[in-house]
Design a protein. Structure first.
Length: 445
């Protein structure tokens, strides 16, 4: 069954120390204020996808309308500054980020490196997973391959056999943490294998033991040389995987994963289900759609457009009843700090790239057009508005793979939510649904 090498001892000890305090805090809230309402649901919200209706509690991350995503209370700029950096890098070790997500405290450089080293120890993928992927038609969508491979690794589950053997409920989180470490350790290699299988004649490149979790993905898809471009792409992978790690618990992938795990389906089931939600065009395909829009705009001009031409193009596009992908956000009322972090990366490393420059011009013009036309409540750029342009610059031109990249990163948050839901003894999710007739009766009362 699953690999059970010891999880980073410090990380496990810290989580174990925190759990009693969290139980006490939550018990007090439920005991003293259990019947106090925290939201009023409208008919419009019931029929509108329960958007912005509080339905769960997550202390892992929160989207602040004015400052953007906060991971364990810290915004993007703070995290970029405070988390331990990868070797010779401007960006954090993903192992350090994972420590913060799991433990709710900043790791030392040694602790961040310990997570990275343990990931390397756990990174071997079972041969049957490769057999499964090789047996699929080459036309299979990479997200289908990614989700199937994660699901297949349920065979490696630590939680499932321990549960069958009568594990105590108080130990569920421990087994979930083992599975989470095992799964996240394998994801860069798994995604790289899928990329190489589909787009690079099946070439297999093993991990470089000198590289960290984020940079190793770049290495394993053939961008591991000492060239300036490859080093830059390794840097971008570190940044990208950091930025997309979590985004509250209510988005489709996070909520789906949480619901599945609430049934005590293990981490492999839960993360695979989350990837299935992420694959939808209204969730994880946004960066692909943004890049397509930029490329289509560029093709409509005989030479690189000016800002005035971009402004006119966007206005005509919007007046035709279409939307500009990557602009507007359900919660944010400022430019997404994750967009800003990528913009700064592009300004440093690819200021002369035509598509990146076009994305810059869109950012300089479209918010004003959207605001003037009253098309959206928040006209500012979100994270997806620029991601594709940077991937495209470094030769990742296979649009259908972009969501897999998203999935590698987002699994960090999904597994953290799963561990902490078990640590806090969260029950199975079972919200109540109404019929339209019942709703009509309630309104008439």
């Amino acid at each position: 069954m699953g690999k059970t090498t010891k999880v980073n001892t410090v990380m496990k000890q810290r989580i174990a120390q925190e759990i009693p305090g969290w139980h006490k805090r939550i018990t007090k809230l439920v005991r003293d204020y259990g019947l106090r309402p925290v939201a009023e649901v409208t008919v419009e919200q019931l029929y509108g996808g329960i958007r912005n209706v509080p339905i769960q509690v997550s202390d892992i991350s929160y989207v602040d309308p004015q400052t953007g995503i906060r991971l364990r209370g810290y915004n993007i700029a703070e995290l970029l500054n405070l988390l331990p950096k990868a070797k010779n890098s401007n960006y954090p070790l993903i192992g350090g980020l994972y420590y913060l997500l799991m433990v709710d405290e900043f790791p030392s450089e040694e602790e961040a490196q310990q997570v990275e080293e343990e990931w390397k120890e756990r990174s071997e993928i079972p041969g049957y997973v490769f057999d499964l992927l090789n047996a699929l038609p080459r036309s299979t969508h990479p997200m289908t391959m990614f989700s199937l491979a994660i699901l297949a690794m349920h065979n490696e589950s630590v939680f499932t056999p321990r549960y069958i053997d009568g594990m105590k409920k108080s130990e569920y989180w421990d087994a979930y943490l083992e599975d989470s470490m095992n799964l996240t350790a394998k994801l860069p290699s798994l995604a790289a294998y899928i990329y190489n299988l589909k787009y690079r004649d099946g070439k297999f490149i093993p991990q470089n033991p000198e590289l960290d979790w984020g940079a190793n993905f770049a290495h394993m898809i053939g961008k591991g040389s000492d060239s300036q471009a490859d080093r830059e792409y390794q840097e971008f992978c570190r940044l990208f995987f950091f930025l997309l790690a979590d985004h509250e618990g209510g988005n489709v992938s996070a909520h789906t994963s949480t619901i599945v795990a609430s049934a005590l389906s293990d981490v492999y089931y839960a993360v695979s289900a989350g990837m299935d939600g992420l694959a939808g065009p209204l969730h994880g395909l946004a960066n692909e759609e943004c890049l397509r829009w930029l490329l289509n705009m560029r093709e409509s001009f005989t030479s690189s457009p000016t800002e005035d031409q971009v402004r006119q193009y966007a206005e005509e596009w919007l007046n035709s009843g279409k939307v500009v992908p990557g602009y507007g956000h359900a919660v944010l009322r400022v430019t997404d700090p994750r967009f800003t972090a990528q913009l700064k990366f592009g300004e440093k490393y690819l200021p002369e790239d035509e598509i990146f420059h076009l994305a810059e011009m869109v950012n300089n013009t479209v918010p004003e057009v959207l605001a003037r036309l009253g098309k959206v409540k928040s006209p500012w750029a979100n994270v997806d508005a620029i991601t594709g342009a940077i991937q495209y610059h470094y030769g990742i031109t296979q649009f259908d793979f972009y969501t897999v990249l998203f999935g590698i990163s987002r699994s960090l948050g999904l597994t953290t939510h799963a561990v902490w839901c078990r640590a806090l003894g969260r029950p199975i999710e079972r919200p109540k649904s109404l019929t339209t007739r019942i709703l009509e009766q309630k309104i008439s009362e």
